[in-house]
Design a protein around this ligand. Structure first.
Ligand SMILES: NC(=O)c1ccc[n+]([C@@H]2O[C@H](COP(=O)([O-])OP(=O)(O)OC[C@H]3O[C@@H](n4cnc5c(N)ncnc54)[C@H](O)[C@@H]3O)[C@@H](O)[C@H]2O)c1
Ligand SMILES: [Zn+2]
Ligand SMILES: [Zn+2]
Length: 346
């Protein structure tokens, strides 16, 4: 079992100093502070939000270590971090959203809206004390996108560390830290999917493929996977999609309607990283209103409403008036179209 004493002094990390570039650098191994856990990283997924940050589409300080979808083993515990039974050597997953546990949203149980996390980490690359745990060997501060997971070690607040159950492979479990959580929030909370409802999942990448699996797990009758990539569609089939549609097909909308007995789907989940779905046939449909909401994002930073022909067309519904915005993404009384989405906000 590894103890803090046996830790190396430096680690390799993928550091972003300019748009589109990652360079492997040796950084001092970060030290966990009070209520923080040092994780030896086994795997780190690359979420499309990392790519948005890497390309400069999401403003984030530089230099930075991106990566927010990690699994690994506990390498060391800061003071107080063992309170919940966490122990050195334990296999864990780190959640991308690292709640402070103290702000007014956290105490209400809405840690998905944690003010400290969004203000300090997502805007400033810091933890709750206003500093980053990462620096160069010359002492230059390095920002952390969540925990800065594209490194050999990462400091994660204990509030965002979950044990991995025995028998679960550690590397693939990393995806639970963002894509899995986001999809769960979209399906269970935002869409409030009920057994027997039909679902369209527009874009079946990291988040969308998890939405497909969770929709089936929650009893969806039909799960229509829509994408432009044949390999992603084939994978979606293996994961439980009942129908696949290439959204570039001129009759994509008709295919969705055919899959749902002409009714259109009850819930649509848009999980595309595309800012504008310009490559899709759907985007040239007549304008319609859809409802887009990131399941985990703070309202202040989230475009709750988007005018998008994409969502409506993917659902197979006719253009319609958008339902009034609400705190959850539910079936509207005026339209069978509800698009619960994880657009590139974070
Ligand atoms: N909590 C959150 O709010 C949250 C969490 C994770 C990801 N995101 C965002 O969700 C989006 C998706 O992330 P991801 O990691 O799943 O991305 P990904 O790159 O894994 O998947 C994107 C998918 O979109 C498909 N695609 C691209 N253009 C398309 C088009 N025009 N029509 C249909 N499909 C298209 C691709 O083929 C791919 O399968 C990103 O914008 C990301 O920033 C948000
Ligand atoms: Zn992510
Ligand atoms: Zn908080």
């Amino acid at each position: 079992m590894m103890t803090a004493e046996s830790l190396p002094t430096t680690m390799r990390a993928a550091v972003c100093r300019e748009d589109g570039h990652l360079v492997l650098e040796d950084l001092p191994v970060p030290q966990p502070q009070r209520d923080e856990v040092l994780v030896k990283v086994t795997a780190c997924g690359v979420c499309h939000s990392d790519l948005h940050a890497l390309d400069g589409h999401i403003a984030f300080p530089r230099p930075a270590v991106l990566g927010h979808e990690i699994s690994g083993t506990v390498a060391a515990l800061g003071p107080g971090a063992g309170r919940d039974g966490l122990a050195v050597g334990q296999p864990v997953v780190g959640a991308f959203l690292m709640p402070c546990g103290r702000c007014r949203y956290c105490v209400q149980g809405r840690d998905d809206l944690c003010e400290e996390f969004f203000a300090r980490n997502r805007l400033g690359g810091q933890l709750f004390d206003g500093t980053s745990r990462l620096r160069t060997t010359d002492g230059e501060t390095v920002a952390m996108y969540s925990m800065g997971g594209l490194a050999e070690y990462a400091v994660v607040p204990a509030t965002a560390v979950a044990p991995v159950p025995e028998g679960m492979e550690l590397a693939p479990a990393a995806v639970l830290g963002c894509a899995g959580l986001t999809a769960y929030g979209a399906v269970r909370r935002a869409a409030d999917l009920h057994p027997g409802e039909s679902v369209a999942v527009v874009a079946v990448g990291g988040v969308g493929s998890n939405v497909v699996q969770l929709a089936r797990a929650f009893g969806a009758s039909e799960v229509v996977a829509v994408d432009v990539d044949a390999e992603k569609l084939a994978a979606a089939s293996r994961m439980g999609a009942t129908v696949t549609v290439d959204s570039r097909d001129p009759d994509a909308r008709e295919q969705v309607l055919a899959a749902t007995g002409g009714r259109g789907v009850d819930v649509a989940s848009r999980c595309s990283a595309a800012r504008r779905p310009s490559s899709s046939r759907c985007s040239s449909s007549p304008p319609a209103a859809g409802w887009s909401r990131s399941a985990w994002a703070a309202p202040a930073r989230t475009p709750r409403w988007r005018s998008t022909s994409w969502s409506a067309a993917a659902c197979g519904s006719s253009p319609t008036t958008a339902p009034a915005p609400g705190p959850t993404c539910r079936r509207s009384s005026t339209s069978p179209t509800v698009a619960c989405c994880a657009t590139g906000t974070w």
